[in-house]
Design a protein around this ligand. Sequence first.
Ligand code: C2E
Ligand code: CA
Ligand code: CA
Length: 678
Amino acid sequence: MGHRMLSHADAPGDAPIRAVVSELLWVIVPVGMVMTMLAMLLLGYSHALTLEERLVTRMQQVVTSRARLAGEPLWKMRHDQVAAIVEEILQVDPVVTGTVYDDTGAVIATAAKHGVPPANREVAAPIRYKNGLIEVAAGRLQITYSRETLWSQMRKEFALPAILAVVTGLAAILALKLAAHVYIGRPLKNLTDTIVRSRREGRHYRAVITTQNELGALARAFNELQEANAAALAKLASLASEDALTGLPNRRGLHEQLKRASGADAQERCNIAVHFIDLDDFKAINDTFGHETGDKFLIHVAEQLRLVIGPRDWIARLGGDEFIVVQRDAADEATARALARRILDAISKPFAIHDKKISARASMGIALASSVQDDLEQLPALADIALYHSKARGTGTVSVLSRTLLLAHSRARELEMALQQAFAEGQFEVWFQAQFDMQTGRVSGFEALARWRHPDHGLISPAEFLPLVEKTGNSGRLARFVIEQACQASARLLALGHAGLKIAVNLSPSELADSSLVDLVRLLCERHAVPPSALEIEITEGTLINAVADTSAVIQSLRGMGVSMALDDFGTGYSSLAYLRRFPIDKLKIDKAFIRNMPGDKGDVAVVEIIAMLASTLGLVVVAEGIEREEQIRAVRSMGLQIGQGFGLHRPEPFAGIEGFLAACEEETTATHLRAAG
Ligand code: C2E
Ligand code: CA
Ligand code: CA
């Protein structure tokens, strides 16, 4: 036997219980018995003493009275009379022998009882004769008597009390046992059983109160405790499934309700749509106005949602700025979309904070019950997938989960998982797309564009993998790779005798916020022996505006080194033109969207002309992106835009193709020159 471990097996209910009553009896019974016996012994002893005393006295009296009778006959020597007295003495019960001696000590008369137990006590009295005034000693009467009768009498007297004592003792024990069972054993067992059962079934059972004694009070107190615990647990449970800020069900509450709804009949189930709402500007509100205002704003949003949903619909808050609306009567996608619109409108209603009015924008994803089997609890996760899609499309959009979305999502997850391996195994490549001086027709530089050559999915475009790279925190790794490739390409170009060709590298917002970028660029330029002025960095318009504070120092340093800066996708963001003046940039890349419909779309032409004018005022070079057709080349040239880029001029390709491409360009321009000269 090793140590006794304190495990749950020691808890009441598992270990065998020894009744307290039995344990008490083990102590009470022997002690009681010993006490009773002692008492009886004491009683018997004292009784025996009394009886003995009485016997002695009686014998004394017998012998004295008979001695008085024998005085005269002895003195007068009437020996037959003396013998008669002696014979008579034998009639007295315990007397066994009687003997009369004269004053000389001679035996005058003696008698003995036969067939009786031997005598063991003797008692004597002097025999005197008295005549007138004289009194003389005539002799002595001696008797012996047995104490046997004393004992038999004792037995007779004590048998009944002893039996009675034993019987009452037993009865007392029985009564004790019964009482202990009723007043101690049963209440305790009740209580223990209730505790064990409560624990086993995880419910708060009440103990039955059977006595009014302390144990009854204990049971009552236990019941009160049970009630208090049940109430506390119920409160805790509701807290656990409730969002403390808005009082709406939280994630857990949502799942409980959806689980319940999963049990509803098919018709009910089919009509459920889950809307996933994500506020787009919440972080900004929190950062600008503080958390207290942020909380108020969330409560406001919850109220707006309550106002806009149907009587049978309900809302949950998943935490942060994520809300869920469960729509109960969304028979089809159109109904769900209609509610989503109303929700977006309600959320965007201005809300007064301090002296400002703010209105939030949100993105939404919807999943209809038809997209799951029976398990409605999956709907929020599916709606989240649709939401992810909405966010990629831009704020204020609503997407309904479809098969295509789901496939795209699972492909994205698959690619996300494959990213580490892609980096480790060098599956990324950098392709180059030429930029042309639109006036001379010569190549002025290249844009470095990342590609992922996936072993199963083939070539994957940056539009697809960049968000995953960003999400998994691998932007820096990719940027390092692309810059290194750009430096390498630049060094090769220099070696081939193509001086002055810039290579533009696209950088993600997070990269521009990282001050180590400056050292990285310097290091890589040094390593490949290329001047930093051979590099250009493209920043998308949104990035620049959103991260002004973080990035401008990095941009300044890079420019200080000679790296030029281009503002990419110009015209798609929401920066005001006034910003342009404040930012240290060298180039504007007009977004493809404005070039696409040129020169037919007069509006686009007007916008591009204005941008070109503004750029020349600010001394910025303008690049037209996405040039695909001959007429676009002519339009761009006629508008005086300096640089052009697009599939119509050159399609991105690996560096291996660039040397041949440059040679071909040279020949062509020479031919054109010759033709122009000729
Ligand atoms: P972007 O900076 O606007 O790059 C130009 C994109 O337009 C490239 O797509 C290019 O292949 C494409 N393009 C060029 N000429 C034409 C044309 O005539 N018509 C059309 N329709 N498209 C044309 P790509 O390579 O798929 O890159 C997509 C975007 O991914 C880029 O847009 C850029 O923002 C980003 N990106 C590419 N490489 C990198 C990189 O290494 N790092 C980062 N952070 N972003 C990159
Ligand atoms: Ca670019
Ligand atoms: Ca662009």
